[in-house]
Ligand binder design. Structure first.
Ligand code: S3P
Length: 448
């Protein structure tokens, strides 16, 4: 099953050593936010390194529908002429966010405190995902939402005409919910407070400060208390989007499991709210050198030199690390299959409400590849088979999920027999150059 278009089968087979430099595209989270915050500023925001994946293009189209002028100037180079906080106009048509939970949830937050209505939809994956987690706090501002059973899209949000500020403790560790509340708080008078028990990616906080909002973060016994002063005038910015650590995960993990590999992945974020996978891989015995640490686009980054690591051991991944590597569990479970012993991933039930139920998708696909798996609602355990022990030889279902597709294609590069995926088209949402980039390193990936 594919999103809006035709399914595109892909396959991968055992590859020779991966060598060279893997320059992965711009960060998806920061790309969405640069368009949305740019639309909230008065004047021209200039963006370089924007991820031109379908998720982000859908957010660009949405910002145009709400009245901002969004222009592509060249590869990854975009300008946004914003309408100011509270300046969104009512869109003439339904807003289609495609596959993107980040897009739809952040945009719902942004319009929820402006007196306009908007109807949102998405592809078959997004239409299954819960929106109540954002519309519940948005209703505290005075917004109303009318969707399908279970808070599903399509959904109409009626923005509050007289919004009130909100104090909200996040019931789930979700940067999307946190960001939706902060974005709604931008157009509410007074102070909006969001409290998160476990820290999640902090790009919205960093970027809001950069765009001129008054925002403070205090660490207390309750967790991080984030206070935003409403109704600021946001100043346009120059945003250099850093590379995406969640995309970098795929060439990094491929190099770790393909014998003889030695690659360089430059500019990978070491932001503590995003780097959980890299800490975990090092604990498992991965040979990764963190070279040339520096700051790029307001984020701490390093160049990663990654070599084949034939002696990785499974570990218990600390559950409190989950928010900092939430999108990386699928590809970690592939590395775990090529390691020795058990890798235990607990506290991961959020994976069940991503682009697909990622625990189920990985468990079924890895089992089909001959790997022993245990799972429950909140846990995934992979029994490693060592660097040359994974049989492969299966076609795995990707369930309209880019990260599931890329994870199984990585698996096939080191498995004994070819691994196919039923539909690789969702890779377009986050990593449009995945195939040529991986094949440029020496991988054997084919479409069709
Ligand atoms: C994101 C937050 C995470 C992550 C998603 C991007 C963001 O989702 O899985 O890919 O940009 O805020 P949750 O907020 O649902 O954890």
């Amino acid at each position: 099953m594919s999103g809006h278009g035709e399914a595109q089968p892909m396959k991968s087979r055992k590859s020779g050593p991966l060598r060279g430099v893997a320059e992965v595209p711009g960060d998806k989270s920061i790309s969405h936010r640069s368009l949305i915050f740019g639309a909230m500023a008065v004047g021209e925001t200039r963006i370089t390194g924007l991820l031109e994946g379908q998720d982000v293009l859908d957010t660009a189209a949405a910002m145009r529908a709400f009245g901002a002028t969004v222009t592509r100037q060249g590869e990854g180079a975009w300008t946004v002429n914003g309408v100011g906080v509270g300046g969104f106009r009512e869109p003439e048509d339904v807003i289609d966010c495609g596959n993107s939970g980040t897009g739809v949830r952040l945009i719902m937050g942004t319009m929820a405190t402006t007196p306009i209505s908007a109807t949102f939809t998405g592809d078959a994956s997004l239409r299954k995902r819960p929106m109540g987690r954002v519309t519940d706090p948005l209703s505290l501002f005075g917004a109303r939402a009318y969707g399908r059973q279970g808070g599903r899209l399509p959904m109409t949000v009626v923005g509050a005409a007289n919004p009130v500020p909100v104090r909200y403790a996040l019931p789930v560790a979700s940067a999307q919910v946190k960001s939706a509340v902060l974005l709604a708080g931008l157009n509410a008078p007074g102070e909006t407070v969001v409290i998160e028990r476990e820290p999640t990616r902090d790009h919205s906080e960093r970027m809001l400060i950069g765009f001129g909002a008054q925002l403070s973060v205090e660490k207390t016994g309750e967790g991080h208390v984030i206070t935003l002063t409403g109704q600021p005038e946001l100043r346009p910015q120059t945003v250099a989007v850093p590379r995406d650590p969640s995309s970098a995960a795929f060439p990094v993990c491929a190099a770790l499991i393909v014998e003889g590999s030695d690659i360089l992945v430059p500019g990978v974020s070491q932001n503590l709210t995003r780097n959980g996978l890299y800490l975990t891989l090092v604990e498992m015995g991965a040979e990764i050198e963190f070279q040339n640490p520096r700051e790029e686009g307001g984020e701490p980054v390093a160049d990663l030199r990654v070599r084949f690591s034939g002696n990785m051991q499974g570990i218990e991944v600390p559950p409190e690390r989950a928010p900092s590597m939430i999108d990386e569990y699928p590809v970690l479970s592939v590395v775990a299959a090529f390691s020795h012993g058990r890798t235990v991933m607990r506290g991961v039930k959020e994976l069940r409400v991503k682009e697909s139920d990622r625990i189920d998708a990985m468990a079924r696909g890895l089992e089909a590849c001959g790997v022993r798996i245990e799972e429950d609602e909140d846990t995934l355990i992979v029994h490693g088979m060592g660097p040359s022990g994974v049989p492969g030889g299966a076609t795995c279902a990707t369930h309209i999920d880019h990260r599931i597709a890329m994870s199984f294609l990585v698996c096939g590069l080191a498995a004994k027999a070819e691994v196919a995926v039923d539909d690789g088209s969702p890779i377009q949402t986050s990593f449009p150059v995945f195939l040529p980039l991986m094949n440029g390193l020496g991988a054997s990936l084919t479409a069709g």
